[in-house]
Design a binder for this molecule. Structure first.
Ligand code: PLP
Length: 381
C-alpha cells in the first residue's frame, strides 16, 4: 500500500515529510561536510546548521542560542529530566509530573524512582485536565523539578502550563519546570516558549519533518549538564556530529508551517467536520475528548474492541490509533487515569489531523467505521 492510497488520521503518531523538508534534506544529503571541520566546504555545512537553528528557534519562540538539537523527543525528555534533577540535588529529591505524560517522561521518572527520587503523579479529571491548584498542592520544600506536557498526545487536551509555571515559580523559583511540547509545537497560537518553562522538548516528525531529530530549549542562564558527552558539539552540551540532513528537514518543516498562518483553523474545521460525520454514521459513538488542540480528538465505540477496529480499518488503508502508537496493544494509561468506564476504554479511537486532511477522507472514515460497527460486535456488554 503506498502513501496515496492511505486515508490517514494518525498525525499525532507521525506526519509525512512535507515537500519543503524533502527538498531541503535531499540538498543537505549531497553536501557531506562535517560542520566541525575547518575548511571552507565544511564551513558551508556549519553555516547551514546555524540557519536551521534559527528556523527552529522561531517556531519555539526563542533565540537561536537557546536551541540544542537532539536525536528525538525522547532524548530531549530524558536529558531535561535526568540532568535537571541533578541541578537540584542538594535541595531535595522530589519530582512532580502528571499521570498522562508520554512514556518518554513517565519511564524516565520511574527509573529515577528506582534511583532514590520520589515522584508525585498528578491524576487528571474525567476530561483529562489537570489544574494549577492540583500542582501547587503537590509542591513540597524538597521539590526540585516539575515535568508537565503542553498538549496530551491522546486526548488533545492543552494543559495550563503557563499558569502552572507562574504558580510553581511563585512557590519556589528554584524549582525547574520542564515541558514536553512535542504535540504543541506549531499546533497552538502561542509558541511553546511563551509558557515560561525552563526546559522544553520538541520533535520534528510531528510537524512535517523527519524522524530522528528534535530539540531541547534551555532557558538562558540555566546550566543544564549534558546527557551525551564527546566531541563537544552544540556548545558542548550535546555531543555527536550534527545530523545535517535531519536538521535541514526539521527547519524546512518549521518554516513551511509558519508560512501557512491559517493551518490551525483548517485543522480545527476538518476535525469538527469529521466528528459530525462520525456521529451521523454511528449513533452509538461517544466523544471522549474533543481536544483543545486542533489536531487531536478521541472517540469511543463503547464495548467494541478498539484494536480489532484499528486493524480492520488499517486493512482498508484507513489509519488511526487505538491510543498512543507507543502502547503496542496495552490499554492506554491516559484513559485509565481519566477513569473511563471499562466499555469506553475498550473502544477508544484516537483521530489526529493535518491542515490538509480532506472532507472526502473524513467521509471515507465515517463510511468504513460505520460499516465495521455493524459487522464487528461489541466484546463487552
Ligand atoms: N512526547 C510526546 C507527547 C509524544 O507524543 C512523543 C511521540 O509520540 C514523544 C514525546 C516522543 O518523541 P519522539 O518520537 O521524537 O522520540
Amino acid at each position: 500500500m503506498n502513501q496515496t492510497e492511505l486515508t490517514y488520521f494518525d498525525y499525532a503518531a507521525t506526519t509525512p515529510l512535507c515537500p519543503e523538508a524533502l527538498t531541503a534534506m535531499t540538498q543537505a544529503l549531497t553536501q557531506f561536510g562535517n560542520p566541525s571541520s575547518q575548511y571552507a566546504y565544511a564551513r558551508q555545512a556549519a553555516q547551514a546548521v546555524r540557519s536551521h537553528r534559527e528556523s527552529v528557534a522561531q517556531a519555539l519562540g526563542c533565540a537561536a542560542g537557546q536551541v540544542y538539537f537532539t536525536s528525538c523527543g525522547t532524548e530531549g525528555d530524558n536529558w531535561a529530566i535526568r540532568r535537571g534533577v541533578e541541578l537540584g540535588r542538594r535541595r531535595g529529591r522530589h519530582i512532580v509530573t502528571t499521570a498522562i505524560e508520554h512514556a518518554a517522561v513517565l519511564e524516565t521518572c520511574r527509573d529515577l524512582e528506582r534511583r532514590g527520587y520520589e515522584v508525585t503523579y498528578l491524576s487528571p479529571d474525567r476530561a483529562g485536565r489537570i489544574s494549577s491548584g492540583q500542582l501547587c498542592s503537590a509542591i513540597r520544600p524538597d521539590t526540585i523539578l516539575v515535568s508537565m506536557m503542553l498538549v496530551n498526545n491522546e486526548t488533545g487536551v492543552v494543559l495550563p502550563v503557563a499558569e502552572c509555571v507562574q504558580a510553581v515559580k511563585a512557590a519556589n523559583p528554584a524549582i525547574l519546570f520542564h515541558c514536553d511540547a512535542v504535540q504543541g509545537l506549531l499546533k497552538l497560537p502561542d509558541p511553546p516558549v511563551a509558557t515560561g518553562a525552563d526546559l522544553i522538548t520538541v520533535s520534528a516528525h510531528k510537524v512535517g519533518g523527519p524522524k530522528g531529530v528534535g530539540a531541547l530549549y534551555i532557558k538562558a542562564g540555566l546550566r543544564l549538564p549534558p546527557l551525551l558527552t564527546g566531541g563537544g558539539q552544540e556548545g558542548g552540551l550535546r555531543s555527536g556530529t550534527e545530523a545535517t540532513a535531519q536538521l535541514a528537514g526539521f527547519a524546512a518543516a518549521c518554516d513551511a508551517a509558519r508560512a501557512d498562518p491559517d493551518r490551525l483553523e483548517r485543522t480545527a474545521a476538518i476535525k469538527a467536520y469529521t466528528l459530525d460525520r462520525l456521529r451521523q454514521a454511528i449513533p452509538r459513538l461517544e466523544v471522549v475528548s474533543p481536544g483543545d488542540a486542533p489536531h487531536i480528538c478521541t472517540v469511543t465505540l463503547p464495548g467494541y474492541p478498539g484494536e480489532v477496529l484499528v486493524r480492520a480499518l488499517g486493512d482498508q488503508g484507513v489509519c488511526l490509533s487505538s491510543g498512543s502508537a507507543c502502547h503496542r496493544g496495552k490499554p492506554s494509561h491516559v484513559f485509565a487515569a481519566m477513569g473511563l468506564p471499562r466499555p469506553w476504554l475498550s473502544g477508544v479511537l484516537r483521530l489526529s489531523f493535518s491542515p490538509d486532511t480532506t472532507k472526502a477522507q473524513a467521509d471515507r472514515l465515517a463510511q468504513a467505521l460505520g460499516q465495521l460497527s455493524q459487522t464487528i460486535l461489541p466484546a463487552l456488554p
